[in-house]
Write a protein that binds this ligand. Structure first.
Ligand SMILES: Cc1cc2nc3c(=O)[nH]c(=O)nc-3n(C[C@H](O)[C@H](O)[C@H](O)COP(=O)(O)OP(=O)(O)OC[C@H]3O[C@@H](n4cnc5c(N)ncnc54)[C@H](O)[C@@H]3O)c2cc1C
Length: 434
């Protein structure tokens, strides 16, 4: 349970995750490499992505060549093994480059964690291939006809006494489904209900009965592919269950989505900082009524607000990273960071566009693309409402627990009453999380 909003005793601590100084040096080397890539190569790739709407092979190859695809993967598999505290400053720099470059690096360094919940043999088969061959995992949760969570309708029907399962259903909006070597798919066990009905599967690309259809181009992150996946009597073996049967919710949310939400928040920080940096250049050059607009206090207040908002989200991300690296449950903090980041990146890119004036709206302006790319961050790993539901449910569960402890200690019926109300609300949360 998070310590947020708790009045527990003796919670003040100087404890930090232990980080090997050699790893810090390594993280700095990699970050410097990202800065060099950003300065020398990213602009050309960004222009090509915007022009063609396709990711050139040269970009995939360059990201792998520079080792940006294996930053958080475990060292036993050949990865860099960076904790989130060291990965986040690197991801922030990547997010300055282009939405699609950020998406590639994020997909590699985040979705592998679903496989990290798998059996020894699943991990040994896939994680070294991700590092050495650049194999990619896609994560398939969202469905067109239902909410995300226990409302999923893609079913897994056990056959041959559970030796295999047959999947039927439809997923959509699945990023890099076409490029992926393997897909982590969350389905509901036929005839079962509730959170325990969800099971995750790890299904190699090309499996019979799993059909991919490309989706239309999106507003931003040009070049990123998204697909509809249709399962029609798609057979998967019991060995392809990811984690345990009935633990798909844990694999998806705690194993992957929690930390990935923080990664999206950190990506928003990098994108927003890029928008502010470009704005700072512009307002010094743009002259109205005989003076650069940077000299106007109204403009100064606006750029100060932009930096305040960015820095607040950056610090929230650091808080999540530190707790994740220490092995804490970060559900609450990750959703707080993501909800804050959605608001922040919307506001900052709005302000950037406003301060650029009419020229900001031109497709040649540096902030027009940032404005579009920022909007995908609103949806990846859940909307504001999803994050707020998670936050509210965590707080109510915390209040319930403290209410119970209070009641046990004989602190009166008021706390027990509050606990009952919180319990009822907590039970409703299964319908919307995930
Ligand atoms: C660029 C991009 C990449 C993506 N990549 C992936 C991927 O790789 N894998 C994957 O599985 N999914 C992916 N998604 C899907 C993404 O996770 C969802 O779009 C997002 O979680 C929102 O779900 P939805 O689209 O079903 O919206 P809906 O659930 O239809 O929601 C629509 C609106 O209603 C609100 N709403 C819905 N239910 C409630 C409720 N109970 N209470 C209050 N408000 C509610 C939502 O907040 C939202 O504002 C991607 C989406 C985008 C845009």
């Amino acid at each position: 349970m998070s310590i947020l909003n708790a009045s527990d005793e003796n919670i003040i601590s100087l404890r930090q995750p232990e980080v090997d100084p050699a790893l810090v040096q390594r993280a700095n080397e990699i970050r410097n490499r990202v800065i060099q890539f950003r300065n020398e190569e990213a602009g050309d790739f960004a222009a090509e992505l915007e022009r063609t709407g396709k990711i050139p092979d040269a970009l995939w190859n360059r990201i792998r060549e520079l080792g940006f695809h294996k930053l958080t993967l475990p060292t036993w598999a050949g990865g860099e093994g960076l904790p989130l505290m060291l990965y986040f400053p690197i991801l922030e720099e990547v997010a300055h480059c282009h939405g699609t470059i950020r998406m590639i690096v994020h997909a590699y360094n985040s979705i592998w964690r679903t496989v990290g919940q798998g059996s020894d043999s699943q991990q040994k088969e896939w994680l070294p291939r991700m590092v050495n061959e650049g194999a990619l995992v896609a994560f398939a949760l969202t469905e067109p006809g239902n909410g995300t969570g226990i409302d999923l309708r893609t079913t897994a029907t056990p056959q041959a006494q559970g030796a295999k399962y047959v999947l039927n259903g439809v997923k959509h909006l699945i990023t890099f489904a076409e490029e992926a070597s393997v897909l982590a798919v969350v389905a509901k066990m036929e005839g079962e209900a509730g959170r325990g009905a969800l099971t995750a599967f790890l299904i190699p690309q090309g499996r019979a009965g799993m059909n991919l259809t490309p989706m239309p181009h999106m507003m931003g992150d040009k070049g990123c592919s998204h697909a509809v996946i249709t399962f029609e009597n798609c057979e998967v073996s019991a060995d392809e269950v990811l984690g345990e049967v009935g633990e798909g919710f844990g694999v998806a949310v705690h194993g992957f989505l929690d930390q990935s939400r923080a990664c999206i928040a950190q990506s928003a920080v990098g994108l927003a900082q890029e928008a502010l940096d470009r704005t700072l250049e512009f307002v010094q050059k743009r002259v109205t009524f005989g003076k650069p607009i940077a000299s106007r206090q109204a403009v100064q207040m606006r750029i100060a607000d932009m930096q305040i908002a960015i820095q607040a989200t950056r610090l929230l991300c650091q808080d999540v990273a530190r707790k994740f690296d220490m092995g804490a449950d970060i559900s609450l903090e990750a959703s707080i960071a993501k909800a804050n980041a959605i608001q922040m990146v919307g506001d900052v890119t709005d302000s950037a566009l406003a301060l650029f004036g009419g020229m900001g709206y031109a497709m040649t302006s540096p902030v027009e693309r940032l404005y579009r790319d920022a909007r995908s961050l609103w949806f990846e790993e859940g909307t504001t409402e999803t994050q707020k539901q998670t936050i509210a449910m965590e707080l109510l569960a915390n209040a319930r627990e403290r209410g119970r402890a209070g009641a046990t200690a004989g602190r009166g019926a008021g706390a027990a009453g509050a606990a009952g109300a919180a319990g009822a609300a907590g039970a409703a949360s299964d319908g919307v999380r995930g």
